[in-house]
Design a protein around this ligand. Structure first.
Ligand code: GMT
Length: 379
């Protein structure tokens, strides 16, 4: 098949999933065209059967807000025509699915067609999509897609609740990990020598947006550190990083908290972690939690959104209420201060992630969805 993929290329779960899906599809012999404003962050420079088409919004003094959505629609239209794409797969509904609909309408005027698949990831439904400025276009885009997928059962239900179920049936296709990449035994424990030769390493990875509650990460850590000397490694960047740094200073733990910034290759770092913290306000799936589990790192987080579908409470980690810092600290200590329990949880985390979220099985689900979306003559 010839497939176009559009996603946010920046640091975030939906871009990571879209890129890794594209790479896996190309490995299976499909031709994959990424159409977006920058090379996706997890896309290496060159891979066979993968092409990147940059969307340029141009500059014009009249435009205070350059119309990216239209430039994207035009680029999609052009790439479909030039490369004979059969299908456009949009990750994150806004504005990608609306742009894809415009591109398809333009194609239809010329007697051509393309199939539209939209994957809902999270705040496109739970926050941004429900803002009155975007609600009608989000609903419209969902209903006009040929196929819709959601990354968790929670997100499927939330989409039906907020937008109705009038469009195509929403199929749940969970996010996935490549078991060969997220493998604790594959990497030297890089960070151990640097930060915690003798101390447990707690870790958090995100884009430091408000929903991630990064101050809670630092608060939980400070309570753990009081009982059990340890280190905290914070990976990623975003609007709430200064607040997290300030929290560390206020709590007097700044010397044992390291902010490493944005890093693309997370697996070698996870291989040295003892515990992953994800105290999010809202999380439709929690790809970073899955990557940690697959790396044998138990996760302590909140019971928000789709996290209970990923983390087995009491078995591969613990789930607490949003903002329950004492609960998350106690849960973290319960794991870290009992080596036998940690080892059991770590093993189960890695095997459960492989059993339920392995790349091969999940990429096959997308392939099957594409095949049933396209007319028989095109597959
Ligand atoms: O950061 C992103 O890429 C998008 C982001 C979001 O806010 O929608 O992430 C969502 O998609 C990820 C991949 O499917 C999920 O793992 C995240 O849980 C989800 N984020 C939220 O729901 C807050």
């Amino acid at each position: 098949m010839k497939i176009g993929i559009t996603c946010y290329p920046t640091y975030g779960g939906s871009g990571a999933v879209a890129t890794e899906l594209g790479i896996a599809l190309a490995e299976r012999g499909h031709e994959v065209h990424f159409i977006t404003y920058r090379q996706p962050f997890r896309l290496p420079a060159f891979l066979p059967r993968i092409f990147f088409h940059e969307v340029d919004v141009g500059r014009y003094p009249l435009f205070e807000f350059p119309p990216y959505d239209l430039a994207l629609a035009v680029r999609m239209h052009e790439v479909v025509l030039t490369h004979g794409l059969e299908l456009l797969h949009c990750h994150y509904a806004i504005p990608h699915a609306a742009s894809a609909w415009i591109a398809r309408e333009m194609l239809r005027e010329a007697g051509q067609d393309v199939h539209l698949v939209t994957t809902l990831h999270g705040t496109d439904i739970t926050i941004v999509g429900q803002d009155p400025s975007f609600y009608p276009i989000t609903k419209f885009s969902i209903e006009k897609s040929d196929r819709i997928t959601a990354v968790s059962q929670y997100l499927r239900e939330e989409t039906c609740r907020a937008f109705g179920c009038e469009g195509p049936e929403i199929e749940v296709i969970h996010n996935f990990i490549d078991p060969k990449v997220y493998d604790r035994d594959k990497y030297p424990p890089l960070l151990k020598n640097e930060f915690g030769a003798t101390k447990p390493i707690l870790m958090h990875v995100s884009n430091f947006r408000t929903v991630k509650r990064v101050r809670d990460v630092v608060r939980v850590y400070a309570e753990v550190n009081r009982e059990l000397p340890s280190v905290l490694v914070m990976i990623g960047d975003g609007p709430d990083r200064p607040a997290a740094e300030e929290e560390a200073r206020m709590l007097g733990v700044e010397d044992s908290v390291s902010f490493l910034g944005k890093l693309d290759q997370i697996a070698p770092l996870l291989a040295a972690a003892d515990l992953f913290l994800l105290p999010s306000q809202s999380e439709s799936f929690g790809l970073s939690a899955l990557e940690a589990l697959a790396s044998g790192v138990p996760v302590v987080g909140t019971n928000a959104g789709g996290l209970p579908e990923v983390i087995r409470d009491g078995e591969t980690g613990f789930l607490c209420g949003i903002g329950d810092v004492p609960g998350m600290s106690a849960a973290s200590l319960a794991i870290l201060s009992d080596r036998r329990r940690w080892t059991e949880m770590s093993k189960l985390a890695s095997s459960d992630a492989r059993e339920r979220f392995a790349q091969d099985a999940i990429v096959s689900k997308y392939e099957a969805l594409y095949r049933t979306s396209l007319p028989a003559s095109k597959t």
